[in-house]
Design a protein around this ligand. Structure first.
Ligand SMILES: Cc1ncc(COP(=O)(O)O)c(C=O)c1O
Length: 448
């Protein structure tokens, strides 16, 4: 029998892999959070207005007028060699000092890097281990490749090594083929936590013992608030770790420039897979990033971004501490963009969402960050884009929504704090003030 023949005449022809494709929880919110009256703590958009936009603009203009022939031409499938050299300088900040430009593949954002790595390694049915929760864009890629995701729990220090070992043993016992561990060790999206140094050592030890390949996705590593960057997993093992990097959070997401650092044999396959997808990454934006790194104080700019995000993180945590009702817990990020909040026992972030939108505040329900339907009691709050005053007002609105929800569930009297640290509880929330978010035209909620 044809499926929905009247709704879509091609319904029976789609590849099986399209059947599980769904809009991410973030994109599903797009129309809602674009409304100016809504304060969005949902999208993970970098604060690009903190860039010297006139300088960047004239730099790109000069590139085209001066080097037009190259910048507007096709380029190499592996990426512009000079940019690959500069990428090695960037990675050196995280202790990766042995990388050579020949091992780097420039990609259209690290999102394409994720897709390439998954294509190169995964057949349908293969298992990918990933933190629970995990970056929604990675889950989408894994799902499209028909791999199966097994989540490994985290706590405030990141992925739990014992749980990883347990998952590996389980997979071994089931005869599952584990292709790699996907991990975001720094300022995790969405959990906000960072893998501790002891756990990095333990993780590399497990990887060695179980012959585990690691895909280290690190777009936020240079955006720490309290101390310098942590030593990358890739700096500890050049053969067992494939590293994904991005200029989206440290420069601009709109340029769509990221990279993969992989051993030469893997790099070979990644380049072939990338050429099949895009022929070559865009020349103009690669030249723009290379010129930016060559001529602009990019390290200072990253510091400036980190200071701006630290102020927004502080506004978020102070408001949560002051306003959230008892039983609500959240992580305390030391960098990056996100706080992971757990609702008091019995509440469901997905079910609560329409009430939050009515109260003019948006978040991403936790369910979007799990491949197995878990996470209903969680939500992700992003502090990267709104101004501190908007954040305070957004958190105030959210606290009121949670309190109203709790009143509805007043029969619940136990509080489960879960694996993430329980912090703060505060007084009842005062009345909502009206703070209008930036105009729609300035806002774009992406799948970050
Ligand atoms: C953990 C993680 N990986 C990858 C990406 C994709 O970034 P890019 O803009 O480089 O494609 C994001 C974007 O938010 C992310 O949070």
């Amino acid at each position: 029998m044809p499926r929905h023949p009247r709704l879509d005449p091609l319904a029976d022809r789609y590849a099986a892999r399209t059947h599980g494709m769904k809009t991410s929880e973030i994109r599903a919110l797009f129309s809602v959070v674009s409304r100016p009256e809504v304060i969005s703590l949902a999208g993970g958009m970098p604060a690009v207005t903190a860039l010297p936009l006139d300088v960047v603009g004239s730099m790109i203009g000069d590139l085209v007028s001066g080097l037009g022939a190259q910048t507007l031409q096709y380029g190499s499938g592996q990426g512009y060699p000079q940019l690959r050299e500069r990428i090695c300088d960037v990675m050196a900040l995280e202790g990766i000092t042995d990388a050579s430009a020949s091992e780097v593949v420039v990609t259209v954002g690290s999102q394409q890097g994720l897709d390439l790595v998954t294509r190169v390694f995964c057949d349908p049915g293969d298992v990918i281990l990933a933190e629970g929760p995990s970056y929604v864009g990675a889950l989408g890629v894994f799902q499209a490749s028909e791999a199966r995701v097994r989540h490994v729990p985290m706590d405030d220090d990141g992925l739990i090594p014992e749980a990883l070992e347990e998952a590996l043993l389980d997979c071994r016992a089931n005869g599952d083929r584990v292709k790699f561990l996907y991990t975001v060790p720094n300022f995790h999206n969405p959990a906000g936590v960072t893998l501790s140094e002891e756990r990095r050592v333990a993780l590399m030890d497990i990887a060695e013992r179980y012959d585990l390949l690691i895909v280290e996705d690190n777009p936020y590593g240079l955006l720490g608030f309290e101390k310098g960057p942590m030593r990358a997993l890739r700096a500890r093992d050049s053969q067992r770790v494939i590293y994904l990097g991005s200029f989206s959070k440290t420069f601009s997401p709109g340029l769509r420039v990221g990279w993969v650092l992989a051993p030469l044999a893997v790099r070979e396959k990644l380049v072939l897979a990338s050429e099949a997808q895009v022929l070559c990454p865009p020349s103009l934006t690669q030249y723009a990033v290379a010129r930016y790194l060559d001529t602009q104080p990019w390290r200072e700019q990253i510091k400036l971004f980190a200071e701006l995000y630290r102020d927004r993180r502080d506004a978020t945590l102070e408001s949560l501490d002051a306003l959230m009702p008892e039983g609500t817990t959240w992580t305390r990020p030391e960098g990056g963009f996100y706080v992971w909040l757990k609702l008091p026992h019995g509440l469901d972030a997905k079910l609560m969402q329409p009430r939050a939108v009515n109260a003019h505040v948006a978040y991403v329900p936790g369910i979007g960050f799990y491949a197995d339907g878990a996470g209903r009691e969680y939500m992700r709050l992003s502090y990267c884009y709104p101004e501190p005053d908007q954040i305070r007002e957004g958190v105030r609105r959210l606290a009121r929504v949670i309190e109203a929800e709790l009143d509805l569930h007043s029969t619940f009297d136990t509080v489960d704090t879960g694996s993430f640290r329980a912090v703060g509880r505060g007084p009842r929330v005062p009345d909502v003030e009206t703070i209008v978010a930036p105009a729609t035209s300035e806002r774009y909620e992406d799948g970050a």
